[in-house]
Ligand binder design. Structure first.
Ligand SMILES: *Cc1c(COP(=O)(O)O)cnc(C)c1O
Length: 357
């Protein structure tokens, strides 16, 4: 039976992926050397495509790691000698904070209840080196207004600003000049298989890593910023990377570019509107995030209560696979990934199915 994955990672495959995988195999992509010219062309096409799609400033560098979680660790490792600060409103923000603690940093946090956004900008100590935001908290379905992030950045000009956009890129339209490190992984909105993370590094972040390194601080080895950036300037990676992934990402990015980033963003908003309107009017099932301005466009969390497991099962029987609630909310909530690979028709099918339960 045909299945549609509304799950927030891994997710529904981007519709053109099938064709690209076939072409990749016909072109022997998995077998080519990562030191070949062909590889350098793939690396360049993929990074140029992303730069163009996301409107990145020229001096920002795109590098590749294994996952979003790896990016969290690399960013802390390369930009913090002592102090980081974390905005936490769900499990991924917490994971980043715990990563900093594990790396023996003095990590401080401003945490708000699950399902809520940040009401105010907290006091952040002047010697804080890095401030971390999860733009779209996939666990709770809360999204932060980028203006809030920029404001905290302006209030703390001494600190670097890092943003997790794993479940919102390329929907989120960011002013990268105001940010220092941004990352995402490809199994969410890009609709690719999991296992590749993308980091966007600004000049201040790269300089900070160099500074810490010269000071004798451990910034890691092969995936330290200086190493990643030096290899990227040659359109290469030190390790044997997932060439297959880099190739597929480049192709999907080109498809998204053809569809138009503005069109994609508008479609995302229209589809989200359908879902929120439906559940706002529903007598039993409600959007989990109460405040409209906190609601994520890309990951929608709905409280179904005790019937959750039974409803999920019935949806699955119709080929509609939705995500469970995160952590303690597993049995009472569902999460719906409203990613570009999900069409308006898919959303309508899902809503129609829900009306029968
Ligand atoms: C999925 C997700 C991650 C983790 O990404 P991995 O590639 O699985 O390591 C981090 N942050 C957010 C917001 C996510 O949705």
């Amino acid at each position: 039976m045909k299945q549609i994955f509304f799950t927030p990672g891994p997710s529904q495959m981007y519709p053109t992926l099938f064709g690209h995988i076939q072409t990749a195999l016909e072109e022997y992509i998995p077998s080519i050397s990562h030191r070949s010219e062909k590889f350098q062309t793939i690396f360049q096409e993929t990074t140029d495509g992303l730069r163009n799609l996301l409107h990145l400033p020229k001096e920002y560098v795109i590098v590749f790691v294994a996952s979003g979680t790896e990016a969290m660790e690399r960013i802390v490792e390369n930009t913090v000698e002592k102090k980081s600060f974390h905005f936490i409103n769900g499990s991924f923000g917490k994971r980043w904070f715990e990563t900093a603690v594990a790396l023996k940093k003095e990590a401080k946090a401003y945490e708000v209840p699950f399902g809520e956004g940040f009401a105010e900008s907290p006091h952040i100590e002047k010697d804080t080196e890095l401030i971390c935001f999860t733009h779209n908290e996939t666990s709770s379905g809360v999204s932060i207004d980028p203006e809030f992030i920029y404001k905290v950045g302006r209030e703390n000009p001494h600190a670097l600003i890092a943003v997790d956009t794993v479940s919102s890129a390329p929907y989120v339209d960011l002013d990268y000049q105001k940010l220092d490190c941004v990352f995402f992984s490809v199994q969410k909105l890009f609709g690719l298989p999991a296992g590749l993370g993308v980091m966007i590094l600004g000049p201040r972040a790269i300089q900070k890593a160099d500074f810490l390194h010269k000071k004798g601080i451990n910034i890691g080895s092969y995936h330290s910023f200086p190493h990643l950036v030096a290899w990227a300037s040659k359109n290469q990676t030190l390790e044997t990377p997932s060439v297959f992934h880099l190739y597929l990402l480049g192709k999907v990015v080109a498809d998204m570019k053809r569809r138009g980033i503005q069109t994609i963003r508008e479609e995302e908003e229209k589809k989200a509107q359908l879902v929120y309107d439906f559940f706002d009017k529903h007598p039993l099932y409600k959007p989990f995030v109460v405040k409209k301005e906190d609601r994520s466009i890309t990951v929608i969390v709905v409280t179904l209560g005790e019937k959750t497991e039974a409803i999920k099962k019935k949806l699955k029987e119709q080929g509609l696979v939705v995500g469970g609630g995160y952590g303690p909310h597993k049995k009472t909530q569902i999460r719906i990934a409203n990613f570009p690979a999900i069409t308006k028709k898919d959303i309508q099918r899902f809503l129609k199915a829900i009306t029968t339960f």
